[in-house]
Design a protein around this ligand. Structure first.
Ligand code: ARG
Length: 416
């Protein structure tokens, strides 16, 4: 780790990262702490998403975070809205890869970390800082994602992770902050650990640590329960251009707006809840609840469009790559030679992934019910069983003879 004089701290406004400010200065001799709060679309809920004052409230919350850091002793407090970059440069490449960790988790939290790391490095370089800091503990994946991404982008920067070393409980952390005049709102503290952004949220800890315990309804804020989801299905048509979603029900939308809208619609129908035991990089199994309504619909429809437009061998080869890709992103290797090489492959496969997919949202399910594309490889005259059939049935016999030849030889030899 080493000592640093001027440090850029990833700041959320929460207890831990706020206490990091005096802690870095007092205990670790840092002269100057610059805080960076990043808006990746956190803090939205199904209940508030459509209220006209939501955008104003978001601005106020960010301003409150900015001021709070200064009050805690930051010399400069920076807030950046990076929602557009987050979706365009992180979520969409992962969507093209249909990236699902362990086949299920669409990496909503994992994808934000390399972006935050990149911004930390940029601000450090801009302000001539010799270190960056974050509030991650030593048990999770996020510390790995930050540290490795920072090392990939600027190996000279020192990375300071006070919460990995201070060994303070929640109460001790607050008591430490109080010594420096910090106050923490006496709201009923939630037993859960939540991370949220425009792609969804993860919920862990508290009673959820018991894998037999059913998640209580109140932990969900982006998705409706299936019981309360509307009794009528809703149909949504998504238009894709070269693997990227560009319009919803015929209305062209920028990626952030499209993501917000889809989160709302899918969330209302109870789509996108996950409850899983997940293998962390550090070897621990953890119980994770995710709400990822929009992103899970996007992956489902993107896969459907690929099945229509990609050749058989590309589809099947890409499946294997997708799993590797998801593991790389999960394990903190966003900025790595292998991940970047896979991106190039995946990007190349998307040239004809253009067209429409119609999906039915109903009672927790997003079901693809239709697809079309100018590059469709589906040939009705080959597929049909009617008189229109153009497939030459007689060609099958010779094909099967050649296809089955190795098996025939193997069998003859075995029989002696
Ligand atoms: N297990 C998930 C992941 O590794 C969620 C992590 C949530 N992080 C947090 N600081 N609460 O991506």
């Amino acid at each position: 780790m080493g000592r640093a004089e001027k440090v850029v701290l990833a700041y959320s406004g929460g207890v831990d990262t706020t206490v990091c400010i005096p802690y870095l200065r007092q205990e670790w001799g840092v002269q100057e702490v610059i805080t960076l709060a990043v808006d990746v679309g956190q803090g939205v809920s199904l209940a508030t998403a459509e209220l006209p004052e939501t955008e104003t409230r978001r601005q106020q919350e960010l301003e409150a975070i900015r001021v709070k850091a200064l009050a805690a002793g930051a010399s400069v407090s920076i807030v950046k809205d990076v929602r557009a970059e987050f979706v365009q440069d992180y979520a969409l490449p992962a969507l093209k890869a249909n990236a699902l960790y362990e086949g299920r988790y669409p990496l909503s939290t994992a994808l934000a970390r390399p972006l935050i790391a990149k911004l930390l490095v940029e601000v450090a370089e801009e302000y001539g800082a010799d270190g960056v800091a974050h509030g991650c503990t030593g048990k999770g994946n996020d510390q790995v994602r930050f540290d490795v991404s920072i090392a990939a982008l600027n190996p000279k920067l020192k990375v300071l992770a006070p919460a990995r070393e201070w060994g303070m409980s929640r109460e001790e952390t607050m008591a430490y902050g109080e010594r420096f005049g910090l106050t923490f709102p006496v709201k009923k503290s939630s037993p859960y650990s939540i991370d949220s952004n425009l792609l969804g949220q993860s919920i862990e800890a508290g009673p959820l640590e018991d894998p037999w315990f059913e998640p209580p309804e109140e932990i969900y804020s982006l998705t409706q329960s299936v019981e309360h989801a509307p009794d009528r299905p809703e149909y949504v048509t998504l238009e894709f251009h070269q693997g990227e979603p560009v319009a919803l029900n015929g209305e062209p939308l920028a990626p952030v707006a499209l993501m917000e809208r889809l989160n709302l619609w899918a969330g209302r129908h109870g789509v996108g809840r996950l409850d899983m035991i997940e293998n962390r990089l550090v070897g621990i199994k953890s119980r994770e609840i995710y709400e990822v309504p929009g992103l899970s619909v996007l992956i489902t429809v993107h896969q459907a469009l690929e099945s229509l437009t990609l050749p058989k061998d590309v589809t099947q080869y890409k499946r294997g790559i997708e799993d590797t890709y998801a593991q790389l992103v999960y394990n903190g290797l966003w900025f790595s030679p292998l991940k970047e090489a896979l991106d190039a492959f995946i990007q190349h496969t998307q040239q004809r992934v253009t067209g429409l997919v119609r999906v039915k949202l109903f009672k927790g399910m997003a079901t693809v019910v239709g697809r079309q594309s100018p590059y469709s490889l589906y040939d009705p005259n080959l597929a049909t069983y009617t008189a229109e059939d153009e497939f030459d049935h007689r060609a099958a016999e010779g094909f099967i003879y050649v296809w089955g030849l190795p098996v025939r030889v193997w069998s003859q030899v075995g029989r002696g």
